[in-house]
Design a protein around this ligand. Structure first.
Ligand code: ZNH
Length: 141
C-alpha cells in the first residue's frame, strides 16, 4: 500500500518524466529486451532494435499509462481496469516480466534523473510499480 509520502514522492519524480515518456519508455524496453531476452517472446514480428519506431511507440504507450495511473494514484485499480483485462486475457504476460520491466524503468529514471532518484524516491517508485503489477496481473486465473 502506498503511503501519502510514497504518493508525493512518485508524483515529484513523475513531474520530470512527463513529456519524456517516449524516450524513457523506448530506453527501458530496449534494456529489458536486451538483458532479459525472454521478454521478447511477447513481441514476435516487431522490430525491437535500438530506437526502432516500435520501441518508441510502445514505450510511449507504457509510460503514458503510468503517467495516467499517477494522475489517478488513489484509484490505480479503476483507471487501469481495461489494461488489466487486456494483460490477463489477451496478452497473458507471465507476471515475472513485470518485475523485469520495473527494474529497467527504475534504471532509466536513475540514468536520466540521477539526483532526483534518492533512496526514498527510488523506494516509492518501486512500490508504485509493484502496485501497477498487482493491478495488471490481478485478473489472471
Ligand atoms: Zn503491456 C500492450 C502498458 C507490462 C506486453 N501494455 C500494452 C499497452 C499498454 C501497456 C498501455 C497498449 C494497450 C493498447 O493499445 O490497448 N504494460 C503496460 C504497463 C506495464 C506493462 C503500464 C507495466 C508497467 N506489457 C508489460 C510486460 C509485458 C507486456 C511486462 C511483457 C514482457 N503489453 C505487452 C504486449 C502488448 C502490450 C505484448 C501488445 C503490444 C502490441 O502492440 O501488439
Amino acid at each position: 500500500v502506498l503511503s501519502p509520502q510514497d504518493k508525493a514522492n512518485v508524483k515529484a519524480v513523475w513531474e520530470h518524466v512527463k513529456g519524456h515518456e517516449e524516450v524513457y519508455g523506448a530506453e527501458a524496453l530496449y534494456r529489458a529486451f536486451l538483458c532479459d531476452p525472454q521478454t521478447q517472446t511477447y513481441f514476435a514480428g516487431k522490430d525491437l532494435s535500438e530506437n526502432s519506431a516500435f520501441l518508441h511507440s510502445h514505450g510511449k504507450k507504457v509510460m503514458c499509462a503510468l503517467t495516467n495511473a499517477i494522475a489517478h494514484i488513489d484509484d490505480i485499480d479503476g483507471c487501469m481496469s481495461k489494461l488489466s483485462d487486456k494483460h490477463a486475457h489477451e496478452l497473458m504476460v507471465d507476471p515475472g516480466n513485470f518485475d523485469i520491466l520495473a527494474h529497467h524503468i527504475l534504471t532509466v529514471l536513475a540514468m536520466f534523473l540521477s539526483q532526483l532518484l534518492t533512496c526514498a524516491n527510488h523506494r516509492s517508485v518501486d512500490k508504485f510499480l509493484s502496485c501497477v503489477k498487482n493491478v495488471l496481473t490481478s485478473k489472471y486465473r
